[in-house]
Design a protein around this ligand. Structure first.
Ligand code: IDP
Length: 158
C-alpha cells in the first residue's frame, strides 16, 4: 500500500505568472522535493477570488487583494511531500515581501514578490484549509489515488 502523503494547495499568483516565473517556481518546488500532483492555470473571477479569500472579508486589504488576484492568470497546484503544508510555507517565506527579504532572502516571496499584497505565491496554512482549497480548485481530485499515481502521472487537469 502506498505511503500516505501530505498535500497542500499552492498558487502562483498573477504577478509571478505575468513575470514569466511560473515554470521556474514549479521547478524550485520539485527541487525541494515536492511532487506536483495536480495543476490548473486559470483566471479568477471577482466572485471566485472573494470566495477563496472569504476569511479576509472586511479587512482593509481585502478589495486590493481581490483586484490583484483577478488581474491575470494564476496557476493552482496540489503539492505533495511529507509535511507539505509547513514545508511549502517555509519555502514561500513571510507574507510580506519586505519581511521575506530581510528574514528569508532565498524564499519564493523574497525572490519573486514585490510588496505586501503582490507576494507571488500562496500556500494553505492548516490541514483544514488545504482540504478546502484543494477542493476549491480540483473538486474531482481523489487525493489518495492521485498520490499513488504521482510517480507516473505528475499532472492532473481538472
Ligand atoms: P498568507 O498568504 O501568508 O497565508 P494571509 O494573511 O492569509 O497570508 O493573507 C492572504 C493574502 O492577502 C496575502 O498573501 C497577501 O497577498 C494579502 N495580504 C495579507 N496581509 C496584507 C496586508 O496587510 N496588506 C496587504 N495585503 C495583505
Amino acid at each position: 500500500m502506498a505511503e500516505e502523503m501530505d498535500c497542500t494547495l499552492a498558487m502562483i499568483k498573477p504577478d509571478a505568472v505575468a513575470a514569466g516565473k511560473a515554470s521556474e517556481i514549479q521547478q524550485l518546488a520539485e527541487m525541494h522535493g515536492f511532487l506536483i500532483i495536480a495543476k490548473r492555470q486559470l483566471q479568477l473571477t471577482t466572485r471566485l477570488a472573494e470566495d477563496f479569500y472569504a476569511e479576509h472579508k472586511g479587512k482593509a486589504f481585502f478589495n486590493g487583494l481581490v483586484e490583484f488576484m483577478t488581474s491575470g492568470p494564476i496557476v493552482a497546484l496540489v503539492l505533495s511531500k511529507a509535511g507539505a503544508i509547513r514545508a511549502w510555507r517555509e519555502l514561500m517565506g513571510p507574507t510580506n515581501v519586505f519581511d521575506a527579504r530581510l528574514k528569508a532572502p532565498k524564499s519564493l516571496r523574497a525572490l519573486y514578490g514585490s510588496d505586501g499584497t503582490r507576494n507571488a505565491t500562496h500556500g494553505s496554512d492548516y490541514p483544514q484549509s488545504a482540504a478546502r482549497e484543494i477542493k476549491f480548485y480540483f473538486p474531482n481530485l481523489q487525493l489518495a489515488s492521485a498520490a499513488e499515481d504521482a510517480a507516473t502521472a505528475q499532472e492532473y487537469i481538472a
